[in-house]
Design a protein around this ligand. Structure first.
Ligand code: DUC
Ligand code: ZN
Ligand code: ZN
Length: 480
């Protein structure tokens, strides 16, 4: 009998802690040995001239997420996780949404049912909370204890935003119940005011979306979150940082010792406001929030990645079809004002190839940093203890890459279920050729094969990163 179910042989194994030439031995669902000249496996995978990375962890993706108006975003759990796996990602953290008129326990259970039906890779949830009322505050401790260890708050969007008092109350609840917080940080009133002015002047094209939310809108909100997190002694992550000004606020807070982390996304390292400047409503394809900036800001973000201030690059996959139905990018046709365009771009499948190409191939980061920002760091920050590494005892979630292949990204070759990609025509170097999830080969040589619903919910226990520091800015500890 073979010692291993699978041996990945002769590759360059690259994790956040190091790079070496060797083999990976897998038994059942887990990695059991990493070394040289391992004995034969029942299945042998030739990884010569390949890089063997831990499967990506995408800690920010909106999949099959119902909206308050009854629509659902374009990907199902089946298509979204298929796209993830074909792009080398093996765990996703999605968003169980809350609605104004539904109990959060019910909406979370409904979202679980969707994932159980379709997910082909493992998944966990952040809980979107959009009303910090008594009913919600009473329900959250049980939901957190069930393994939903993050509360997500939007500081903007009329239908989802939580005001500052609500955010403070949620931070207090998170602290008492050992939950983490992730924040969409933009100054709501500034954006609304700017939208009104732009609309009054007839400046309503997609490109004006960027005008409505310049970097100061983000910088102010990040500063505010950091101050609140300091007051409450609550660990937080700032989502989708787009610019140096906002990243600098995070750096300053980190320098004060706060438990604050920053994420950026592929689109903020590649897209610019010029992408939105297209005629006949086409710019809507690139509308996302916060807004895409400039190549100068891309360079700044890479700098903050290199220094570790931003330590996760996720996709913020938020797919809406480019079409004219309600919920699609142009609900009022080609002249749809930007205020009515759904925010978000698809990017689950392209996240890692773009990050590898722009990051590793173009010499901005090394292989270890790539493995850290795409897999190890999100697994660690969100308490996915069996993910993010290739080491004995870890789940055999692995992506084997051809680092030399040149791929021109085309919608027709992608595996999501949205009808465009914002990266159409971009040529990247490197793509995953084989992806394993818990030892099972799901993507190999252009073929995807997985049973819908095989993905498992990753319930998260309390972990180091969400522990408060026990330090308050004044003499009063409100939690004693
Ligand atoms: N911005 C968000 O806040 N969420 C989804 C997509 C987007 O662009
Ligand atoms: Zn957001
Ligand atoms: Zn998002």
């Amino acid at each position: 009998m073979a010692d291993f179910d699978v041996v990945i042989r002769g590759g360059t194994v690259a994790t956040a802690s190091g790079v070496f030439e060797g083999d990976v031995g897998i038994a059942g669902e887990q990695v059991v040995t990493v070394g040289k000249n391992l004995s034969k496996g029942t299945r042998e995978i030739d990884a010569r001239k390949r890089i063997v990375f831990p499967g990506g962890v995408d800690s920010h993706c909106h999949i099959e997420q119902p909206s308050s108006t009854g629509g659902v975003n374009a990907d199902t759990f089946l298509s979204g996780t298929r796209a993830a796996i074909c792009g080398g990602t093996t765990s996703v953290i999605c968003f169980a949404p809350q609605f104004k008129s539904t109990h959060i326990t019910t909406s979370t259970a409904d979202y679980h049912a969707r994932a159980e039906r379709g997910a082909t890779c493992d998944y966990s949830f952040h809980l979107i909370v959009n009303r910090a009322d008594k009913e919600t505050l009473d329900a959250l401790p049980t939901l957190i204890a069930q393994g939903h260890r993050t509360i997500k708050v939007f500081m903007t969007y009329p239908s989802n935003r939580v005001d500052d008092t609500g955010l403070l109350n949620l931070m207090a609840l998170a602290r008492k119940n050992q939950a983490f917080m992730v924040i969409h940080a933009e100054h709501h009133d500034m954006i609304m005011w700017m939208m009104e002015q732009l609309t009054a002047k007839g400046l309503t094209e997609a490109k004006h979306h960027c005008w409505s939310k310049p970097p100061v809108v983000e910088r102010e909100a990040v500063h505010r979150v950091a101050a609140m997190a300091e007051l409450m002694d609550q660990p937080v992550q700032i989502f989708h940082v787009t610019c140096g000004e906002a990243a600098e606020e995070i750096r300053r807070a980190q320098a004060r010792g706060l438990k604050i982390w920053g994420e950026t996304c592929t689109q903020y390292l590649t897209l610019t406001s010029d992408d939105l400047d297209k005629p006949n409503g086409e710019g809507a394809k690139w509308v996302c929030s916060p807004a895409p900036r400039s190549t100068e800001e891309h360079d700044k973000l890479w700098g903050y990645i290199k220094s570790g201030v931003l330590d996760i690059v996720s996709s913020d996959h938020a797919p809406s079809n480019f079409g004219e139905n309600e919920g699609e990018k142009l609900p009022d046709g080609p002249n749809t004002p930007f205020t009515r365009m759904p925010n978000g771009v698809p990017g689950l499948e392209t996240r890692l190839p773009i990050l590898f190409s722009k990051g590793v191939v173009e010499g901005r980061i090394d292989l270890e940093t790539f493995a850290a920002i795409s897999s190890r760091n999100p697994a660690r920050l969100f308490g996915l203890k069996n993910k993010g590494d290739i080491a004995p005892g870890k789940d055999a979630d692995i992506a084997i890459w051809d680092p030399d292949v040149k791929v021109t990204i085309k919608q027709e070759n992608l595996h999501h279920d949205v009808n465009y990609t914002p990266y159409e025509g971009m040529t990247v170097t490197g793509w995953p050729t084989t992806t394993l999830s818990r030892g099972e080969v799901l993507w190999d040589d252009g073929e995807f094969k997985a049973t819908p619903g095989r993905g498992r919910f990753l319930a998260r226990d309390p972990y180091e990163f969400i522990k408060p520091r026990g330090i308050f800015p004044g003499p009063f500890n409100p939690f004693e």
